[in-house]
Design a protein around this ligand. Structure first.
Ligand code: GAL
Length: 437
């Protein structure tokens, strides 16, 4: 059974948590009947979903899981830190020590390939065959989660990365456009907000642990400057050069934008959302987990309290990421992990998760009944996914492996301190030469 997001919204977020934790305690104490015969009753799930709508979405998926497998206790091993800022290092330590969780969150694309190549994941092709997922899931996602024709993870969502969010009351009051269409227009709006008010123009965290937010912003500026084809070829040997003058322009724009933001802000992504939701900041460039927080936690209404649109200059492009779950080699409770993965790949599981998270399901098609579970933003996102040119995200795992990401992270940390776009570009050029495949 699918849990409708609307029902959850109407009941409030407390209801989601209560539903999940009620089921949890019932299961932990051995309550309930039915469930997977082979499962031992304990499931350790590792993710980085601890904030706002992420946590609510995980709870919603767990509640759905417990309807199917009431005897399996869910042990939440999430490590806080947006975009896996802390989780990835902790997971690497555990995998190295041969102490894997039963399943862990990964992201389709290059990030997942790191785990596959290290021999840390079991081949899940048997489950794909059994469940018919090789036909049910979106082909773009299927391509990113396989290696040599074998499937190594089960996707639960499709996130839209290049989205600009704005507070409508603030934008109307300050007479700035909530949906600027180019980077130049966006910079003009930010300058106007800064000049005319005490409102923070753009909510973003600048501390080293929030590096990924700057990378996320840089990613959207690069996509705007390069377009879909040149962005995609940036990651291959012989593709777009990292010294391309369009990249120089984008990095200068990044420097200008950050000069309009108070130095030393340390917001996590959800704290940045709270700034926009509460009218303390005008804009945020962030993936659509923001939407889950706005609507589920803050009860904001799209087009009334806040606006969303493609990140400036990226109309016609859908920059995406897809979260997925895996079966690590040596998972202590393998049968329970398979039960979890089966739920993650089901339409009910994906709907329960994505309707709360702000994402869309990674399935090949959405029928009218399924669409009724989704709200204004998600329907827009579905339409964009189906009509735009799709590109993969750097910040959220699709385009570059961990080593390349780490080199870019180091360059960004230095840049946030010295604000020198030329040094940043030189570091990006060097990283590209070293890691392009
Ligand atoms: C992304 C992930 C999303 C969301 C976000 C913020 O990398 O794909 O599911 O959790 O980080 O933490």
């Amino acid at each position: 059974m699918s849990i409708s997001r609307r029902a959850l919204l109407a009941a409030g977020t407390g209801a989601i948590a209560a539903t999940a934790s009620g089921l949890l305690s019932a299961c932990s104490s051995g309550g309930g009947g039915g469930g997977a015969a082979a499962a031992s009753g304990r499931l350790e799930v590792f993710s980085w979903w601890t904030a706002g709508g992420e946590k609510d979405a995980l709870n919603s998926l767990v509640a759905e899981f417990h309807q199917t497998y009431p005897k399996i206790a869910f042990v939440n091993e999430a490590v806080a830190g947006g975009a896996g800022a802390n989780a990835e290092a902790e997971l690497a330590r555990r995998l190295k020590a041969h102490n894997p969780p039963d399943t862990f969150q990964a992201q389709a694309g290059a990030m997942l390939a790191d785990y596959v190549d290290a021999g840390q994941l079991e081949d899940l092709s048997f489950l794909y065959k059994q469940q018919g997922w090789d036909k049910a899931f979106n082909p773009t996602v299927l391509k990113l989660i396989q290696r040599g024709g074998k499937f190594y993870s089960v996707p639960v969502d499709l996130h839209h990365i290049n989205v600009l969010w704005s507070n409508l009351e603030v934008c109307n009051r300050l007479k700035v456009n909530p949906k600027p269409t180019s980077t130049t227009e966006f910079v003009e709006q930010l300058q106007k907000v800064k000049k005319d008010s005490k409102v923070v123009p753009l909510a973003i965290g600048l501390s080293p642990d929030q590096n990924w937010q700057v990378k996320h912003l840089m990613e959207t500026l690069l996509i705007a400057a390069l377009g879909a084809t040149a962005w995609t070829s940036l990651w291959s040997v012989g593709g777009t050069s990292w010294s391309d003058p369009r990249i120089t322009t984008a990095l200068e724009q990044l420097t200008t934008i950050l000069s309009l933001v108070p130095a030393g802000t340390t917001y996590s992504w959800d704290e940045a959302c709270a700034q926009v939701a509460g009218g303390k900041a005008a804009y945020q460039v962030m993936g659509d987990w923001t939407e889950g927080l706005f609507t589920v936690d803050y009860h904001l209404v799209p087009h009334q309290d806040y606006e969303f649109c493609p990140a400036p200059g990226t109309a016609g492009i859908f920059d995406f990421a897809s979260d997925c779950f895996t079966l690590p080699v040596g998972a202590p409770h393998r049968a329970d992990a398979i039960a979890w993965l089966t739920q993650c790949g089901s339409q009910g599981g994906q709907d329960a998760f994505t309707t709360v998270k702000g994402a869309i399901p990674p399935r090949a098609s959405f029928d009218a009944t399924e669409k009724r579970l989704f709200d204004t933003y998600s329907l827009w996102s579905m339409q964009q996914w189906q009509s735009c040119t799709v590109v993969g995200s750097l910040t959220h795992g699709v385009m570059a492996r961990a080593s390349w990401n780490a080199a870019i992270d180091t360059a960004i940390t230095a840049f946030v301190k010295d604000r020198d776009p030329q040094t940043l570009q030189s570091a990006l050029v060097a990283a590209g030469q070293k890691y392009a495949v």
